[in-house]
Design a binder for this molecule. Sequence first.
Ligand code: FAD
Ligand code: SIN
Length: 496
Amino acid sequence: MEPQTYDILIIGSGAAGAYAAIKAADQGGKVALVTKTRLLSGSTRWAQGGVAFPSDITDIECHLKDTITAGRGLVDEEVSNTILKDALGHLEYLMSRGITFDAIPALEGGHTIPRVRHINGDESGLHLLRFLHAQLNHNVSIYQQHFAPSLISADNKVHGVTLWPDGDPSREFSLRAKATIIATGGAGQLYQVTTNPRESTGDGIALAYRAGAEVRDVELVQFHPTVLENGALISEACRGEGAVLVNSQGKRFMDGYDPAADLAPRDIVARAIFSEELKGEKVFLDLRPIRNLQEKFPTVHSSITALGLDPCVDLVPIHPAAHYLMGGITSDDSGATTVTNLYAAGETASTGFHGANRLASNSLLESLVMGARAATAALKCAHLETSDFSNAPIVGVAEQHRTRIKEVMTNYASVVREEQGLLKGFGEISNINTFSAKSEAEAETANLRLVALLALRGAIERKESRGSHFRSDYPNPLRRPLHQIQKLSDFNAVKD
Ligand code: FAD
Ligand code: SIN
């Protein structure tokens, strides 16, 4: 049977993939939108804080400054400036299509002013995604429950993807496309406790890397400071509304770490909590100062009450947990990767917008802006594409041992890192055998293993502390910021 052929193939139906599909289809492209789960999936569905749009045109400079400050010397100013300049156009577009943001913007850590736009309190991601999916037109063919184990690639060029319907390799088939956009989200499942959903297994980074794409800064993992023991997030916006961190004696401690206290950028707050815990303290979030908590933060309220606590009465035990991957597939300001016909957008991409520590709620903004740009660039590329790609070979996949990978990453590549542990972790994960994956779970584990090795290698080589990456043996930043670039074609490259 001849494979189905599309102009644009998009892997991932979160904010980046869904918005790219809308924009490509609006421009007349024939689009395939693939997700390994349901359409309403990915981290986007769980986003609480909202979207950090500049409050108006005069705020762009200040928003850029906040982004740069949080990013600790690794933010690409030029790219970031263009993303922020495009932002208000996308806000207008979404509003013209009928989206409704809450009237009053929220304040989150690292932002100088309240500029984070919520939808229905802390249910922002859910409503944004439902809204985006409702905009998909007849040019978009949707493939739900289709796992993408590998890209079809040859000679540094991508021609589509292989798919396993319902994760079943025996039913494998191919979709061909003139251009492919990877929008597969993050890799929080590298860790024992994460805010990310089950499907955040770093697949896109592994697929792109195996196809020859450059990846960078995979060691830069953001740990969200306030997470419940089961991985449920307590939005930073709660601290914006007056919640404070306290120790076992009920005393506030953040003003001893940063002048912005509880609203300091995330890397500082996460490390402060870690330091308190090292002193033998337990750390709690006191949400009692927030009036109408249930109304303002329905998700947070129900996550806490599900643990048998009443946030209006009790202090809530929290801990930092893996939340966001700043690094990823290197992509330029149009979303283009270093492989021909391959684009990346959203959390899986590394554009330089987030530097070494993402500013709160800048991710959904980037997903929208870069999703749209990748759609336009991929469509342009599709119009130029004429080659016959029917014989292009398929890049292979690998295998398992997920629990061990999570243990190793949590033990050796967490909030505080050092050389011996990182080397030990690298050795242990390298020793996990891989062989051809026979199920979706095995293929995801192989992807996690590869992304873990890339993150550990990056962390070993990054002999400094910067943003979310803290090395106790190198506690200061290097004078000159650097990116950790990795490619399969490198001498000594990390291999499956
Ligand atoms: P995702 O939304 O994660 O979507 C990934 C998609 O790829 C899914 O459809 C998945 O099924 C699919 N996929 C993955 N691998 C494969 C494969 N192999 N084959 C087929 N399909 C695949 N950011 C903000 O800006 N504001 C916030 O308020 C905010 N709150 C957050 C709260 C939580 C709890 C979490 C976890 C994150 C939050 N973030 C927030 C971060 C933000 O939500 C994510 O970075 C963003 O949603 C990523 O969007 P995405 O489209 O790149 O990926
Ligand atoms: C939060 O609401 O604290 C999460 C926001 C984000 O990760 O950007």
